[in-house]
Design a protein around this ligand. Sequence first.
Ligand code: MG
Length: 385
Amino acid sequence: MTSALPPFAAVIVAAGSGSRSGGAKQWRLLGGKPVVRWSVEALLKAGAEDVVVVVAPGAEAKAATALDGLTGWRAVAGGATRAESVQAGLAALGGPDNRPVLVHDAARPFLSAAVIARCVEALSDADGALPALPVADSLRRAVDGMVAGSVEREALWRAQTPQAFRLKTLTDAYANWPSDEAATDEATVVERAGGRVRIVEGDARLMKLTYPEDFAMAEALIPRTVRIGQGYDVHRWGPGTSVWLCGLEIPHDQTLIGHSDADAGLHALTDAILGAIGEGDIGDHFPPTDDKWKGAPSDLFLKHAAGLVTARGGRISNVDVTLICERPKVKPHRQAMRERLAEILDIPLDAVSVKATTSEGLGFTGRGEGLAAQAVATVELPARP
Ligand code: MG
């Protein structure tokens, strides 16, 4: 679909301070990805030749971090107003007069290829294109909190971005815009200059993140996939007076031998979580050859794995650990183990299971030579297109 589009460029406005959303929302993480990155990725994927991201002066490094690994974009310092920022972006963009340019708000992350296509295609017979949605709710005028009449909604539309124009159409319209008047959006500027701006079908998901609570709604809109990982670990019994299992120190007449605290339950669980997100195994992250981890409490390892999940905008749905040994008796400690795991992972208690079994005297666990642990974890991650 995108291959049929004529070449186009884009200006993304990411220069706001985000006072209403409680901070510069364009850099905040949404589904593990900076808000601005959603739009840049969508535009590049749809075939944009050149994407200029307009940022507040001095925020170029923030953009470089947020858009790390992407090519086809560059950051430009904006001005004091939206109009100045857009014009700075257009100047940096350049190109032929008839170049289609999409101007988009970074605060609208869920930009679909279909909306991009509708905007670009509408320029074939209009001076501009504006994605918009009809008003579904009835509208009321109110005075001092009391209804004082209704407003006809048939001709009203909720304007979104990106808004599309030919480069010269928009630069000329801005050149004629009165400097003492604030421009709401580019469609207003072009319309004032006499341009015909066509309304194309918008997208309810293209909502603007304005208030802090909008982020929770946006997170809920992100499709997620369920991942499953499993882990297995064994440690050998040796002389000692206590053993660490699932984050608890249990008095025992032996201990498990290992480089760290030898908590096989936590090691198996750490591997299960790493497995669910394709992050190798515990040895990759905490090499046993590194003296730093000698005698280390294994909840460090588990916290690290859980942190990797969070960094991707994911969450751990549930974990299930099985300890395989003849001794010590695990049952008296199960509840405390569950509580400890729930605390380390910061997930609800009913999402944590600890089970134990003997191996009926068979094999190395049955002979009391070692303890084995198995674990399964399910993780929800934002779906990557
Ligand atoms: Mg181990």
